[in-house]
Design a protein around this ligand. Structure first.
Ligand SMILES: [Zn+2]
Length: 296
C-alpha cells in the first residue's frame, strides 16, 4: 500500500505494514494549520514531510508509545490531545503506572524501551482537544470524536468533506480490541466501537495493519466487537470449576498459546484477563471464593 491523498487529508502508510511498534499516520493540510496525527509511521517519511510540506502541530489519538514514536521530529510543534490522556505523557513514572507495571524488573525494562526506542520525552504542557467538537483548520473542518475505552482519552477524527474517519486504535484487527491498561474499559470500548460504526463515512483509516478501507468494513465491525464476547464466553466456560487468576492466565484463553517474548505476552494476557474478571464480577456473572473465581 502507498500513501494516499484525499482532499486535505493524507494517509501515510507506516513501516512494517503499520504493525506495532509503528502505525499509520494522517497529515492534514489546512490553510491555517498543518497537522500530523500520531507521528509513528516512519522516521524517513515524517522527516521528509516536516521538511517539504511543513508541520505546525502534532495531534495524538491517545498516549500509547506506538503513536508517539517520532514526536522527537516535531519538537518545534505544539502538541494536542485529550486532557484525559495527558498525564502519562508528562512523566515516565506516570506512563509506567498507567500500564500497571509494578515490579522493578518490568518498570526498568519498559523505561529503557521508552527512552531508547520510542524517544520518550516528558511534555511540560499540551493543548487539549475537547470531546465532540469541530475544529476549522482553514479550508476544511475536523470533528473530534471522543472514543474512550482503549484509553480514557482516546480520540477519533472525522473529516466531513473527505468523508474519511480516522478510527485510531479501534483498528479492526483479527486480534480484537485492547483494553488492558489500568484505565481502560470494556464497556466504554463497546460504546465507542458502536459510535464509530454509526458515523457516515465513505473511507476508514485504522492506525494499524490494513490501515485504509475504501469500502464499509461491515462485517469486520461485528467480528471486532464479537471478539470481546468470545473472550468472555471462553472465560465463563473455563470458570465452571473454580480457578485462581494464575490458573486462568496459564490457560492462555486470550492469546491462545504462549508467545514470544513470553514476559510481554504473559503480562498482556494477565491484564486482559483481569479486565474481564472485573467486568464479570460487576455484573455478578462470577463470584470470588477465597482466591478462586467461579461462575455464579
Ligand atoms: Zn493504543
Amino acid at each position: 500500500m502507498t500513501d494516499r491523498q484525499f482532499g486535505r487529508v493524507r494517509f501515510i502508510y507506516g513501516d512494517n505494514g503499520g504493525k506495532y511498534p509503528f502505525n499509520h499516520s494522517l497529515y492534514l493540510k489546512g490553510d491555517r494549520e498543518r497537522v500530523i496525527i500520531d507521528p509513528a509511521c516512519s522516521a524517513v517519511k515524517l522527516a521528509d514531510l516536516r521538511d517539504r510540506d511543513g508541520v505546525d502541530a502534532v495531534w495524538l489519538s491517545h498516549w500509547h508509545e506506538d503513536h508517539i514514536r517520532y514526536m522527537d521530529h516535531f519538537e518545534h510543534c505544539s502538541v494536542w490531545l485529550s486532557k484525559r490522556d495527558f498525564p502519562p505523557l508528562s512523566d515516565i513514572q506516570v506512563f509506567l503506572d498507567w500500564y500497571g507495571l509494578k515490579t522493578p524488573h518490568h518498570r526498568g525494562y519498559w523505561e529503557k524501551i521508552m527512552l531508547e526506542e520510542f524517544h520518550y520525552k516528558p511534555l511540560s504542557h499540551a493543548g487539549f482537544l475537547a470531546d465532540d467538537t469541530a475544529i476549522d483548520l482553514g479550508g476544511f473542518t475536523v470533528q473530534v470524536i471522543a472514543t474512550p475505552g482503549h484509553t480514557p482519552g482516546h480520540l477519533s477524527f472525522f473529516f466531513p468533506e473527505e468523508e474519511l474517519l480516522f478510527l485510531g486504535d479501534y483498528d479492526l484487527t483479527s486480534f480484537g480490541p485492547w483494553y488492558g491498561d489500568v484505565a481502560s474499559s470494556i464497556e466504554d470500548t463497546i460504546t465507542s466501537i458502536r459510535k464509530l460504526r454509526s458515523i457516515p463515512a465513505k473511507r476508514w483509516v485504522a492506525a494499524h495493519n490494513e490501515g485504509l478501507y475504501e469500502e464499509n468494513p461491515g462485517r469486520l465491525w461485528d467480528a471486532y466487537e464479537n471478539i470481546i464476547y468470545e473472550r468472555e464466553n471462553k472465560l465463563l466456560a473455563f470458570l465452571a470449576q473454580p480457578k485462581t487468576q494464575d490458573e486462568i492466565c496459564a490457560a492462555w484463553l486470550i492469546y491462545g498459546r504462549p508467545r514470544d517474548p513470553l514476559d510481554f505476552f504473559e503480562f498482556n494476557e494477565k491484564v486482559l484477563v483481569g479486565k474481564h474478571l472485573e467486568y464479570l464480577l460487576r455484573r455478578r456473572l462470577i463470584i470470588l471464593e477465597g482466591e478462586r473465581y467461579v461462575r455464579a
